[in-house]
Every structure is written in structure tokens, then in C-alpha cells.
Design a protein around this ligand. Structure first.
Ligand SMILES: CC(C)(COP(=O)(O)OP(=O)(O)OC[C@H]1O[C@@H](n2cnc3c(N)ncnc32)[C@H](O)[C@@H]1OP(=O)(O)O)[C@@H](O)C(=O)NCCC(=O)NCCS
Length: 180
């Protein structure tokens, strides 16, 4: 079963979303219009919630999780992903907040309390340590990450294009009747 209820919370999505049948989405997970969830994604909204924005794509093998509240941080760390975000293959997003038009390169790890502003590129394999803030308009790479350089105009434009490419791809998958 792809969409699993946990403690009376059932994942919510729109009919325009593509959710691959091999994905596992549990509990309080809210998926907005035209988002897509690709094969073998695991998203576990059990000890906090996960929100996925419009036209955002979460590519194959990525893992999404959250942290519970504590005495020092009662809200814990939900995972909030904005609109038009591309999450590449096999990424780990844990208890962080991503704005709009972001590319998370393949295999990147983004940890609790991180805030990524709008229009950011995170290179493949980057490790973003807890509680860092990534500034709008920059490329970040490396383990641990460094702020590498400002984005070129073509790269900023590509952020929306990448999301749009995935909207078109998921529409083809929906036409094939492949969504869960
Ligand atoms: C980050 C990225 C966009 C950089 O592209 P680029 O045009 O090669 O960037 P640059 O040529 O300006 O490289 C800047 C520097 O960062 C380094 N670099 C590039 N990507 C890097 C990465 N992922 N990790 C570490 N260093 C990286 C380059 O070697 C270069 O180093 P130098 O200044 O010492 O020579 C690209 O390498 C990348 O990681 N893309 C992610 C693609 C992806 O995962 N898409 C999602 C799946 S569809």
C-alpha cells in the first residue's frame, strides 16, 4: 500500500499529483497540485508533518523524514518543501524547510533546522549540516557544504524549467494510468 494511515493521519494529495505505486508515504503528508513522487521514495510523516508544494518533484529513492518536538524545541522539525522544487535521485531531506524554485542535486543530505531560501542550487552529493541558512541566488556544494558562487541567470531560469519538465513527465505517467 502506497499511502498509509498512521495514528488517524492519512496522506493527502490532489488528483493532479503523480505518486508512484512503489513509493511509501505514511501519516501526515500533504502533497499539493501537480507534485510528483517517483519510484521508491519513502516519506514518513509520523512524529511531525511533511508538506510538499505545487509542481515539486521528489525523484527516485529519496527519503523524507521529520523530528519530533522536544522540551527545548516543542515544534520539532517538520519537513516543508515549497513550490517548483526539484529533489534529485536518492536525496535525504530531514526536518528542513525549502523555499521555492530550488534544485537539490542527486544524493544531497539536508539536515534538521536548515532553511533554504528561494532560488538556490544544491550540488549533487552536498551535505548541509543542521540549522544552516542557504541564501537566495547561490550555488552550494561539498561535504560539508560551502557557498560556491552566485547563480547565473540561465541557472535561475532552469530552476522553474526543471519543475515544469517534471510536470509534463508526470502528466504522461498519469495518462498511462501508472499513479497509485
Ligand atoms: C552544482 C552543479 C550544477 C555545478 O555545475 P557546473 O556548471 O559544473 O559548475 P561550475 O563549473 O561553476 O563548478 C563550480 C565548482 O564547483 C565544483 N562542483 C560542481 N559540482 C559539484 C558538486 N556536486 N560537488 C562538489 N563540487 C562541485 C566544480 O568542480 C567547480 O570547482 P572549481 O571551482 O574548484 O573548479 C552540478 O555539478 C551539479 O551538481 N548538478 C546537480 C544535478 C542534479 O543532481 N540534478 C537532479 C537530478 S535530475
Amino acid at each position: 500500500m502506497t499511502l498509509r494511515t498512521y495514528k488517524n493521519k492519512t496522506p493527502k494529495s490532489e488528483s493532479s499529483c503523480y505518486i508512484d505505486p512503489s513509493a511509501v508515504i505514511v501519516g501526515d503528508v500533504r502533497i499539493a497540485e501537480d507534485a510528483s513522487i517517483w519510484p521508491l521514495v519513502a516519506g514518513r510523516g509520523d512524529v511531525n508533518y511533511i508538506q510538499i508544494g505545487k509542481r515539486t518533484n521528489i525523484q527516485d529513492g529519496s527519503v523524507l523524514h521529520v523530528s519530533r518536538g522536544t522540551d527545548s524545541n516543542p515544534e520539532g522539525y517538520p519537513l516543508i518543501i515549497g513550490d517548483d522544487v526539484t529533489v534529485g535521485h536518492k536525496c535525504m531531506l530531514h526536518g528542513c524547510q525549502l523555499g521555492n524554485r530550488i534544485l537539490v542535486g542527486m544524493g544531497a543530505i539536508v539536515m534538521d533546522g536548515v532553511i533554504v531560501e528561494d532560488d538556490v542550487f544544491i550540488g549533487a552529493g552536498t551535505l548541509v549540516p543542521p540549522n544552516k541558512r542557504l541564501e537566495s541566488g547561490y550555488l552550494y556544494v561539498g561535504n560539508p557544504m560551502i557557498k560556491k558562487r552566485p547563480l547565473k541567470e540561465s541557472e535561475v531560469n532552469f530552476l522553474s524549467q526543471s519543475a515544469q519538465n517534471y510536470v509534463e513527465l508526470k502528466n504522461e505517467y498519469l495518462e498511462e494510468g501508472l499513479s497509485s
